[in-house]
Design a protein around this ligand. Structure first.
Ligand SMILES: Nc1ncnc2c1ncn2[C@@H]1O[C@H](COP(=O)(O)OP(=O)(O)OP(=O)(O)O)[C@@H](O)[C@H]1O
Ligand SMILES: [Mg+2]
Length: 585
């Protein structure tokens, strides 16, 4: 083991004189408390170390010991349902966001293990060894590390085992004997290998209409939620965590205020999974770094979290990773880089900010796993641009790498229009790829209706500008009607409260039904206009109230009521003396 002696300490960064070889990115232990750190720079016999724990009390002369390995985290069945700090050390269940300095990882935990292999089997890297389950929760696949292969010499019988004890012994091709446990270590900054990456084709169903209908993200895709202070980033991410179609949720609270993170830590264990009726925590892993934790650990937390996400992906699961917020992470990068004395770039961030953002989002994908299954990681990062300015470096670099951009709008949030996604500044590059999936869900008009609603919202922005100048009543009837129709799209379809028991999650079938009802209204309104009916009379049809409140009033299991609403609209328009009352016309 290499050793070094501290010569200078500055916050989370220290310099030490090495008396042996260190590798870049090697993990080190510092002082008697064995504080965890990482070598970030080599300069002759001087090493620069970033320390992930509080460096108070460290002084020149203290010893730094190399571990010979890059910074790694343990991946195994004990992750699910738990909360960790940025280096994946368990947080106490008391909701306290503090970890004892120098603490490494959780003590072993017992699981019921059922082997899926036998002596003599030839195992490829990442092979499935068996299943582990703990009392009452789902079984998880146990994986051979992606870097190990060989012939099984022995395997334990099924039964209660510690996740850290040997469950099988392998002989590798070069004759080494390797003991394998349910849990293995993996370096956080190295993407876990896969057989192949698949192109996007299936959307991640978020359960939020404005996202699924207008700005869908692929399963295995990348999305960003930029938004100014208080525009609803955290609520939206939590809503997605509860309602999206992923099997596993990895939530990384990255440098948010301590009390806000405490709320997440307290609230998550109470949540019920709408799909199974069981605690949502059973399929969730939380990585929490509040702003009162050492800044360098915050930088590492995002890599720990995506490594955890990849580990579940490798079992053939679909994982959604929520990072709140990548801006706080970038600030940690900036702060630590400043301590190294690196030359600051744009906005004071280090020149490698863009690379780091890219490296994070690049790890999101749908893949063929080493064990022959299909799994995915969808990455959804919140961004809190200072003073809501989307041209700042973190937002603008992120824009280059994400396919879905869900821009939150201060004005919408102030009007309490939630989710406050701004239809004019948001986009989804992959949308057209999802039309076949929606058709298979019985919504063959999805792409056409999406275009129609987006066009209308675009027109609304233009007309509102004009109306502000000349007054709304001076607009021609056709344009007044367009404004009315855009309001209906917003209010009836896109508005969705995260706190409504009926509406906080909207399944694909109900989304399809609601899109069709709104489209039917647009058709009927257009016909009425052509027949000379004034827009004010269209606005006054008796079913309007029911139309605007359908999200709150008609649940996922009451789809027939959308047909009734459509018939009611047709009767209303017929009474205006214009519409063709035949359904579907
Ligand atoms: N989808 C929603 N449905 C209903 N209310 C919402 C929704 N989103 C946000 N809100 C309201 O807005 C408030 C602020 O939301 P949130 O904390 O998510 O904002 P934020 O963007 O994360 O703020 P910060 O910049 O402080 O992190 C919430 O407490 C809630 O009252
Ligand atoms: Mg927030």
């Amino acid at each position: 083991m290499s050793r070094a002696e501290i010569v200078a300490v500055g916050g989370p960064v220290l310099r030490a004189r090495a008396s042996g070889p260190f590798a870049l990115r090697e993990a080190v232990e510092v002082g008697e408390r064995a504080l965890l750190g990482e070598v970030v720079k080599l300069d002759g016999d001087t090493i620069v170390v970033q320390v992930y724990e509080d460096t108070t009390g460290l002084r020149p002369g203290v010893t730094v010991t190399g571990r010979g390995l890059p910074l790694s985290i343990p991946l195994g069945p004990a992750l699910l349902g738990r909360m960790f700090d940025g280096l994946l050390r368990p947080l106490e269940h008391t909701g306290s966001a503090f970890v004892r300095p120098g603490l490494r990882h959780a003590a072993g935990e017992r699981f019921a293990f059922v082997p899926a292999i036998a002596a003599g089997d030839a195992l490829r890297p990442g092979a499935i060894l068996g299943e582990a389950s703990r009392e009452g929760s789902r079984a998880q696949a146990c994986l051979l590390p992606p870097t190990l292969a060989g012939t099984v010499l022995s395997v334990v019988e099924g039964g209660e085992r510690l996740d850290t004890e040997t469950i099988c012994t392998l002989r590798t091709a070069d004759g080494r004997i390797e003991d394998v446990a349910m849990t293995h270590a993996w370096p956080v900054r190295t993407p876990r290998p896969v057989l192949a990456r698949r192109p996007p084709g299936v959307p991640l169903v978020t359960g939020q209409r404005i996202l699924d209908a207008l700005f869908p993200v692929a399963q295995g895709g990348k999305a960003a939620i930029p938004g100014g202070f208080g525009t609803g980033k955290t609520v939206l991410q939590e809503t997605l965590a509860k309602g999206c179609s992923a099997d596993i949720i990895v939530y990384v609270g990255c440098g948010e205020r301590g009390n806000e993170m405490a709320e997440v830590l307290a609230e998550f264990p109470e949540l019920t999974d709408p799909r199974s009726g069981r605690p949502l925590m059973e399929r969730t892993v939380i990585v929490a770094n509040t702003s009162n934790m050492p800044v360098a650990a915050r930088e590492a937390s995002i890599y720990s979290a995506i490594t955890v996400a990849e580990y579940f992906r490798d079992q053939g699961l679909h994982v959604a990773l929520m990072a709140d917020s990548t801006s706080r992470w970038a600030e940690a990068l900036r702060e630590v880089s400043g301590r190294f004395g690196e030359l600051p770039g744009e906005g004071g961030y280090p020149a490698y900010l863009a690379t780091r953002i890219a490296e994070f989002y690049e790890r999101a994908a749908t893949v063929d796993t080493l064990c022959g299954r299909v799994g995915s990681v969808t990455a959804i990062g919140a961004i809190s641009p200072p003073s809501g300015d989307f041209s700042e470096p973190v937002t603008s670099h992120t824009k280059r790498y994400v396919k879905a951009f869900w821009a939150l709008d201060v004005k919408r949030a102030q009007a309490r229009f939630y989710p406050a996604v701004d239809p004019l500044h948001s986009y989804a590059e992959d949308a057209a790829l999802f039309a076949p999936w929606w058709t298979a869900q019985g919504n063959s008009r999805w792409l056409e209706l999406r275009r129609r609603f987006l066009t209308l919202l675009d027109e609304q922005a233009r007309l509102e500008r004009m109306a502000r100048i000349i007054g709304k009543d001076a607009l021609p009837a056709r344009q007044q009607l367009a404004l009315l129709c855009a309001d209906v799209v917003n209010e009836a379809l896109l508005r969705q409260s995260a706190f409504s028991p009926v509406d906080r999650r909207c399944g694909p079938a109900r989304q399809g039904a609601m899109m069709r009802v709104v489209a039917r209204f647009l058709d009927l309104a257009g016909d009425a206009l052509a027949a000379g009916v004034a827009p004010s009379r269209v606005a006054g049809v008796p079913s309007m109230r029911r139309l605007l409140r359908m999200g709150e009033e008609i649940g996922d299991d009451e789809l027939a009521r959308f047909g009734e609403l459509e018939s009611a609209l047709e009767r209303d328009f017929a009474a205006l003396g214009t519409a063709d009352a035949a359904p579907g016309g």
